[in-house]
Design a protein around this ligand. Structure first.
Ligand code: SF4
Length: 338
């Protein structure tokens, strides 16, 4: 049977006056029901463009899928009609954005906005959509949902707005929830509550989640698999345990070193990745991570490392990831299993 979602060697480029921006440049992954995929990388790594491409929300032009495919239950979303894509969006695949204030309309009541998808996709009457919206708000933990449904977005706190956005996304019972930095604007306590809520929802609905984040810590407890992206490419991909506890790529080591750790002694200190991500128009030759990589060798400037299967399903795009000695001696403390 075809996977629930299959992104197959996707290349989404933007054709600008300054040149071609290779925002997504050969990304592949699959997603099954009930599974959580963490997509991790710095700003500009291509993770959000990957999500927007799945939703068919990238404006074309300037964007264009130059090659590859995105399949939902075996059917290419790229060849679907506009009507089919609209039905897929919100109905079968829903997205939760980072900042609910920009996604919620300030002039409509929360209840109306949460019920809107049900009117659009399920043909519910205004009254039934409102009742269903109140139920959804209860489900995501909004207290006094009947009254709060009558509020406008500015009358909700940041955490409550994010809960309302999740209720909105859940309205039609989607198979796939794509959450793009859903907790970045929230403080850590509310962040933990929102992540817990998403896990509870997943346990009840068996929906798949794509969690996009710049912070590996956010997906540490919930991802089944992790895709690490850099400069539009996948640089490491594998089971979460492999990526966290046996990371193979210097960029992943850098991301792990940025994480506050509770499982190491006081000698473990945070160290940011030096330098900036490269311009996606003028990429460095060979490995795009080379200017920031402490382990770069001559070959790194000459040849782009392919994403290779290093250890049964654990993939990395570094010339030396297959060298056990190199990985062992890297001097980076990978997360230990609790
Ligand atoms: Fe570093 Fe070279 Fe590996 Fe790239 S290929 S991550 S530059 S060691």
């Amino acid at each position: 049977m075809a996977p629930l979602l299959e992104v197959d060697d996707l290349h989404m480029h933007f054709f600008t006056r300054d040149g071609v921006v290779k925002a997504v440049d050969g990304v592949s992954f699959t997603l099954e029901p009930g599974e959580t995929l963490g997509v991790v990388g710095e700003s500009g790594s291509g993770k959000s463009v990957t999500a927007l491409s799945i939703m068919r929300l990238v404006p074309e032009p300037p964007g264009k899928v130059v090659s590859g495919d995105i399949r939902y239950r075996g059917q290419s979303v790229l060849t679907m009609s506009e009507k089919e894509q609209r039905s897929l969006r919100g109905n079968r695949i829903a997205m939760i954005f980072q900042d609910p204030m920009t996604s919620l309309n300030p002039v409509y009541r929360i209840g109306k906005q949460v019920g809107e998808a049900l009117r659009l996709h399920k043909g519910l009457s205004r009254k039934d959509a409102w009742s269903a919206a109140v139920e959804l708000l209860k489900q995501v933990g909004i207290p006094q949902a009947e009254e709060r449904a009558r509020n406008y977005p500015h009358e909700f706190s940041g955490g409550m707005r994010q809960r309302a956005m999740i209720a909105n996304a859940l309205a039609c019972g989607p198979d796939i929830l794509i959450a793009d930095e859903p907790t970045t604007a929230l403080d850590v306590t509310i962040q933990a509550q929102i992540l817990e809520l998403m896990q509870e929802i997943q346990a009840h609905t068996d929906s798949a989640i794509i969690m996009i984040t710049h912070d590996l810590g956010v997906v540490a407890d919930m991802a089944d698999r992790v895709l690490v992206m850099y400069a539009g490419k996948a640089v490491e991909y594998g089971a979460a345990d492999d990526v966290f506890y046996r990371p193979l790529h210097p960029y992943t080591w850098g991301l792990l070193e940025c994480l506050p750790r509770h499982d190491v002694d006081e000698k473990g200190k945070l160290s940011p990745i030096h330098g900036q991500p490269p311009s996606l128009i003028h990429l460095p030759s060979g490995c795009a991570f080379r200017p920031r990589c402490a382990y770069a060798q001559e070959i790194c400037a000459k040849e782009t490392p392919p994403l290779g299967d290093i250890a049964s399903g654990h993939m990395a795009a570094c010339h030396f990831s297959g060298d056990a000695q190199f990985v062992k001696e890297r001097g980076v403390l990978a997360m230990r299993k609790p």
